[in-house]
Ligand binder design. Structure first.
Ligand code: PEP
Ligand code: MN
Length: 283
């Protein structure tokens, strides 16, 4: 085997060869890995109850399916806003019940994961933790879908092995998330690897979603890359939305506002229908 070929045999649980039927993961009324395009949206970080509730209300009215919003933030600088932490656990619980929408949020360590397990619907493992093997194993012991982001410089093979760590512990509910990889290019925050969608679909039965916000770092690119991701076969999107992106405490440059999110959802509608139609015809 040449060095650039992906060695499939050790991927005992994530490979398409190990399970030819695609994994479907049900969260609320949505299904990842089926015909749906699941839209997850919300602020990068929850900053206050008022900010979160205003954005959640708008996302629900605009047609978003699942709410994002981190309370534990992995920041490059220890002096940047680190998230509200434990004090926002109750807010997550309140919002989930009041708005009757599923919630995805990030856990950076095992203790946080345990605190979130009973409150949220999907636990996110961030790019920086993709190879945190004890965290992956702990996620594997949860009875909860895990969204596993691709590491900043991870190859597809390394990413699938990270998913394997979760699955080997017994949790088969893994959603892969491409959020851009680090290249020499500086025009965007990261480089969005859209070709990863058909590649993952040819290698694995797991659903894959795209995060156009972290992938580009630029709000002007979010809608177009979302459309491209849906056309390329993504099972969903993870989008950062803020009521006033200029004032956001994290990732404002890549956050779209409430109106822009509504516009994006409306614009995706015909593309989503077209894709569903195409799938129906090819069956
Ligand atoms: C996030 O989703 O807010 C985040 C920190 O993402 P990533 O791990 O992709 O940088
Ligand atoms: Mn962010």
């Amino acid at each position: 085997m040449s060095s650039n070929q992906i060695e499939l045999s050790p991927l005992k649980l994530t490979s398409l060869a190990s399970k030819p039927e695609r994994t479907k993961i049900k969260v609320g009324t949505c299904v990842f890995g089926g015909d749906d395009i699941v839209i997850m949206a919300g602020p990068c970080a929850i900053e206050s109850p008022e900010q979160y509730i205003a954005t959640v209300d708008s996302i629900k009215k605009s047609g978003g399916h699942i709410l994002r919003g981190s309370i534990y933030k992995p920041r490059t600088s220890p002096y940047s806003f680190q998230g509200l932490g434990d004090e926002a656990l109750e807010l997550l619980h309140y919002v989930r019940h009041t708005f009757q929408m599923p919630i995805i949020t990030e856990a950076m360590d095992i203790t946080q994961m345990e605190k979130l397990a009973d409150i949220v619907d999907i636990v996110q493992i961030g790019a920086r933790n993709m190879q945190n093997y004890s965290l992956l194993r702990a996620a594997g012991r949860l009875n909860k879908p895990i969204l596993l982001k691709r590491g900043l410089s991870a190859t597809i093979n390394e990413w699938l092995f990270a998913a394997e760590y979760i699955m080997v512990e017994g949790n088969a509910q893994v959603i892969l998330c491409e959020r851009g990889i680090r290249t020499f290019e500086t025009a965007t925050r990261n480089t969005l690897d859209l070709s990863v969608i058909p590649i993952i679909k040819s290698l694995s039965h797991l659903p894959i979603v795209i995060d156009p916000s972290h992938a580009t770092g630029k709000r002007a690119l979010v809608e177009l890359m979302s459309k491209a991701a849906v056309l390329t076969g993504a099972d969903g999107l993870l989008i950062e939305v803020h009521q006033n992106p200029e004032k956001a405490l994290s990732d404002g440059d890549q956050s779209i506002n409430h109106q822009e999110f509504k516009h994006l959802v409306d614009e995706l509608q015909p593309i989503t229908s077209l894709r569903k139609e195409k799938i129906k015809c090819s069956r």
